[in-house]
Design a protein around this ligand. Structure first.
Ligand SMILES: [Fe+2]
Ligand SMILES: [Fe+2]
Length: 535
């Protein structure tokens, strides 16, 4: 009576223990270890094993208690073998009162481990998806046989343990997914925060290793002309060497993915005939497992992403899904950047064509626009402009005299000096240029540079008589470049000044006609030989 009371108390304690397990910061190994200790104590057995049924149909000795525990821990047994295998296959409990004579006892395994228990009681661990393992207790103390009551206790415990295991698995899976998708969202934002293809490719590379938990990540791009794939960048220890490799479409695993436009998961590349060994030979790198997905834009494969050697375990089916989602983001970012680049190039070409059309009307200023662009950019080198400002500067310089389109031919093409009236008409070109630009929203940012390229720091310029800092920096730069070209160009009514004389003029009028800093930068560029006539 006393004994059974103690048993009930232990039984209750184990239930309390199981129920107190929370899912935060679970150390599943330690938890199972503690539970097995209590199970053995409750049943009054000598030893016990908790097997986990893995994806390959093997029973892994996850927790082992008893005299030969150290020998068995981590071992595996095929689910077709032995008593535990029978329990896992049938989902039924099993009692073996005399193990050594039991027909399903795995003798081979027994002799291998040099351990034959006296008797044994085992029950399956059942979860929603089916059997996930087996729990066994061995050798009831004092030579007693296992009783119905033991089976009842073990079955009840198995039910709770299975529930805990399932919850833990789901929790860990969920936690992993949340982490992965958070990373994916962050990477997506990062990829789309730039329109520079090079930056996107580099960021994509860097993201693979941490998103996929991989040793190395690489992006191969399709070279349509040669029907080849090439490594644009590859990070990781051997990254530099990987850069040089080219593959034919259809060659190797990446080549297969490019040809078929479908992802591939290779758990062991050494067993896959598609694996292209020379990549590893060239880099002295050993590829074990990999996930490879196509980078597609509107069904066209533009590249292939590879994640090589998972850092913990090997890649699984879930990794393909995640990697493909990532690849789609890379594709969108690369395509956006390509479109932007195309629009930008078209825009520059149109702007240049427009500027050229105007120059054609004025035969005396041939090449003026090109020179103003060149001089402006040369001076800008010494002025700490942002890449965006530089781009605006280039475009504004191309288009700075676009307003001349509205100046009458009789004025624009007049071979002689302009009279006051004509000069006034000519002075309207910055305003007219700004008016033209105002119609195109995307070009509004160019207006200040164009409209004010004839303003002067001393307020004597036009059209608004702005002073010093009121004049946008881009306009201040174009102003110096424009005047320098006007001074050095030969007109029908006067000969162009020598370059050095024009530079002296710029120095002389720095602070009045020209912005002081810009004039200084211009002179510097001239002295460095970056402006026509210098050095
Ligand atoms: Fe002008
Ligand atoms: Fe000009």
């Amino acid at each position: 009576m006393k004994k059974s009371f103690r048993l009930i108390e232990t039984e209750l304690a184990i239930y309390r223990e199981i129920d107190s397990i929370t899912l935060e910061a679970v150390d599943i190994k330690a938890m199972l270890d503690r539970i097995m200790d209590m199970v053995i104590k409750t049943i009054d057995a000598d030893a016990g094993t908790l097997y986990r049924l893995d994806d390959n149909g093997e029973l892994v000795f996850e927790v082992v208690k008893g005299p030969v525990a150290d020998r068995l821990r981590g071992e595996k047994m095929n689910v077709c073998d032995g008593i535990a295998g029978w329990i896992a296959r049938t989902g039924m409990p099993y009692v073996a009162n005399e193990v050594v004579n039991d027909p399903i006892w795995n003798k081979e395994f027994g002799s291998k481990t040099k351990y034959v228990p006296q008797d044994m009681l085992g029950v399956p661990l059942k979860a929603k998806k089916g059997i996930i393992g087996v729990i066994e207790v061995l050798n009831k103390k004092e030579g007693q046989p296992f009783e119905k009551r033991d089976l009842a206790i073990l079955s009840a415990l198995a039910l709770r343990i299975a529930t805990i295991l399932e919850k833990t698995r789901l929790f860990l899976e969920l936690e992993r997914s949340v982490k992965q998708f958070t990373t994916l969202a962050e990477v997506g934002t990062l990829l789309n925060s730039t329109l520079d293809q090079k930056v996107i490719r580099k960021r994509a590379m860097e993201a693979i290793t941490f998103l996929m938990n991989a040793e190395v990540g690489s992006l191969l791009l399709v070279d349509d002309e040669n029907r080849e794939l090439y490594f644009e960048v590859a990070l990781g220890d051997k990254g530099d060497k990987v850069k040089e490799i080219r593959l034919k479409i259809g060659e190797g695993i990446a080549g297969w993915v490019a040809e078929h436009g479908e992802p591939l998961l290779i758990k062991d590349v050494s067993k896959d005939p598609r694996f292209y060994k020379s990549a590893d030979q060239k880099t002295e790198f050993i590829t074990r497992d990999m996930v490879c997905v196509p980078v597609k834009v509107k069904d066209k494969v533009i590249g292939v992403l590879q994640a090589i050697n998972r850092l913990e375990g090997i890649f699984a089916d879930d990794d393909i899904k995640l990697f493909q989602l990532f690849s789609n983001q890379v594709a969108i970012a690369l395509d956006n950047a390509r479109l932007y680049e195309e629009i930008r190039e078209t825009f520059f070409a149109v702007a240049e064509a427009l500027a050229e059309a105007i120059e054609k009307r004025d035969p005396y200023t041939g090449g003026h626009t090109k020179r103003v662009v060149h001089y402006s950019l040369a001076a800008a080198k010494y002025l700490n402009l942002t890449p965006k400002e530089l781009e605006f500067l280039k475009l504004s310089a191309i288009l700075h005299d676009i307003g001349k389109i509205g100046v009458d031919d009789s004025v624009l093409r007049k071979p002689g000096k302009l009279d006051d009236n004509e000069a006034e008409l000519m002075k309207m070109h910055p305003m007219m240029g700004a008016d033209i630009m105002r119609h195109v929203k995307q070009l509004n940012d160019l207006i200040p540079g164009m409209k004010y390229h004839h303003e002067r720091p001393d307020g004597k310029g036009y059209p608004d008589g702005l002073k010093d800092g009121e004049i946008p920096v881009i306009a201040r730069i174009i102003s110096v470049a424009d005047t320098y070209d006007a001074m050095t160009s030969t007109r029908p009514y006067r000969k162009g000044l020598p370059h050095q004389t024009a530079i002296d003029e710029i120095k002389k009028y720095a602070g009045t006609q020209f912005d002081r800093d810009v004039a200084l930068a211009f002179v510097k560029a001239f002295e460095q030989g970056e402006i026509g006539g210098g050095l």
